[in-house]
Design a protein around this ligand. Structure first.
Ligand code: CP
Length: 304
């Protein structure tokens, strides 16, 4: 029985295997239509979500399985004070696998230590979001054809951006990856990610506040939302929320084969005019997320 709490819980070989499986699902969906017949996925979401919860649920239905869904913490016994550990033990009596999102960092880890079924971290606070990284990796693989020899710009909220932390961890294991970290001073990458991941792996990186200056060198531009829900002070949020707004004009100096990514939801940080640009890949990411979650469910349930 195996859980995925951090993207580093999966080896590079396993990531390759998941990407290959997702590509095969895309090519041959009928092969997979009954693979999880009789199995149940429980989606336990203690924080709002559109893509992650619904793509997990769509993934399980497309594998022929069933879903138990908890989309609102207020309607669960967590509202009466039940612990994450007791919730995990309880759900283990009903389902075969759990996908859990929680506002507290480490909650899915606690769930995995108490459940008797696999637990997948579907986003924990400002910490990690490994299955978004799976969606991101399939997108990079399909758009760029490689994980090595790339310059990746992360722009926006790098402090609380859990998708950024997980994707940096994943890419740190490949060759000749350079990170360009673009953020306001207050939203810089946490020092633990810089020290424990980037510097430990001797990866090249630069930090800047100026997106337009670095635009021409990027192979991938990963935009992120400034997340109102992570701020203690509304004034700080209002001051920082529009720090970066990507427009067609700002993309004029970008590479012709730039891949523009965003985990979504977006607020203002990418103008809707950019959606028409063939380099915009963020809605492809959404679809890729469903295929990678299908591949992950199959792996953790040990379905051949
Ligand atoms: N990318 C992502 O996690 O989106 P949701 O919050 O809608 O699940």
């Amino acid at each position: 029985m195996r859980s995925v709490i951090d993207i580093l819980d999966l080896s590079v070989a396993e990531l390759d295997e998941l990407v290959a499986c997702a590509n095969d699902i895309i090519e041959n969906p009928e092969k997979y239509a009954h693979k999880c017949a009789g199995k149940k996925l429980a989606t336990l979401f203690f924080e709002p979500s559109t893509r992650t919860r619904l793509s997990f649920e769509a993934a399980m239905y497309e594998l022929g399985g069933n879903v138990l869904s908890m989309s609102d913490a207020k309607s669960s016994s967590a509202a009466k004070g039940e612990s994450v550990a007791d919730t995990a033990k309880t759900i283990s009596c009903y389902a075969d696998i759990i996908a859990m999102r929680h506002p507290k960092e480490g909650a899915p880890l606690v769930a995995s230590m108490n459940a008797s079924i696999p637990v997948i971290n579907a986003g924990d606070g400002g910490h990690n979001h490994p299955t978004q990284t799976l969606a991101d990796l399939l997108t990079i693989s399909r758009e760029k054809g490689r994980f090595n020899n790339i310059t990746v710009g992360f722009c926006g909220d790098l402090k609380f951006g859990r998708t950024v932390h997980s994707l940096i961890s994943a890419l740190s294991r490949y060759e000749n990856v350079k990170f360009v970290l673009i953020s306001p001073e207050e939203l810089k990458l946490p020092s633990y990610v810089k020290k424990d991941i980037i510097q430990k792996n001797n990866l090249e990186y630069v930090q800047t506040t100026d997106l337009e200056e670095v635009m021409p060198e990027l192979d991938i531009l990963y935009m992120t939302r400034v997340q109102r829900e992570r701020f203690f002070n509304e004034e700080d949020y209002l001051r920082l929320k529009d720090s970066y707004i990507l427009t067609p004009e700002k993309l004029e100096t970008a590479k012709k084969d730039l891949c523009i990514m965003h985990p979504l939801p977006r607020v203002n940080e990418i103008s809707v005019a950019v959606d028409e640009d063939p380099r915009a890949c963020y809605f492809k990411q959404v679809l890729n997320g469903k295929y990678m979650r299908m591949a992950l469910i199959l792996k953790l349930l040990e379905v051949k």
